[in-house]
Design a binder for this molecule. Structure first.
Ligand code: HEC
Length: 139
């Protein structure tokens, strides 16, 4: 019974996953918000030695980073997205790739269960968010 409930819950989560929304601007905002929430949760997860939750969260960030450029078609500008994105799209893509690699490094650190290594990987990952925002997020 518990297992069935859990399966239903997981199905619900998958179906309501932000990546399925149609509008690229709304989709990217929802995914970025999710990445922010994942990063915020890490400290508590380290305290609880919940390495699996950290690894799962890191994988979600990596998955989103991989798709991110597709959700920035030139046809979908927004108030939050600097026009510089479309003038330097290769650079934008490479910053998304840095973000993905740092998320995968966090996943590896989580799997090692070393709290200090995890915090270091979180800082590096956060740096890749900032490095894109400082250039490409319109304030
Ligand atoms: C390659 C570039 C890039 C990377 C990497 C990146 N972001 Fe962003 N982020 C953006 C851009 C551009 C926007 C503005 C999107 C828009 O408003 O259309 C944004 C918006 C956001 C927002 C605001 C969403 C909203 O509700 O409007 C949050 C929160 C955010 N990012 C968090 C993160 C976090 C956390 C990471 C790292 C794990 C990250 N971002 C990595 C480019 C990036």
């Amino acid at each position: 019974m518990k297992k069935q409930l859990l399966a239903l819950l997981l199905l619900g989560l998958t179906l309501s996953s932000p990546a399925l929304a149609a509008d690229p601007v709304e989709t990217r905002k929802a995914n970025f918000k999710q990445s922010g929430q994942i990063l915020k949760a890490v400290r508590g997860q380290i305290a609880a030695s919940d390495w699996q939750a950290i690894a799962d969260g890191a994988q979600k960030i990596a998955d989103w980073a991989e798709k991110m450029p597709e959700f920035f078609p030139a046809s979908a500008p927004s108030r939050g997205a600097s026009p510089a994105i479309w003038e330097n799209f290769d650079d934008f893509k490479s910053k998304a790739a840095d973000n993905r690699n740092a998320a995968l490094a966090l996943k590896a650190a989580a799997e090692s269960g070393d709290g200090d290594a995890i915090m270091g990987a979180v800082r590096t990952l956060g740096g890749t968010c900032k490095s894109c925002h400082s250039k490409y997020q319109a304030k």
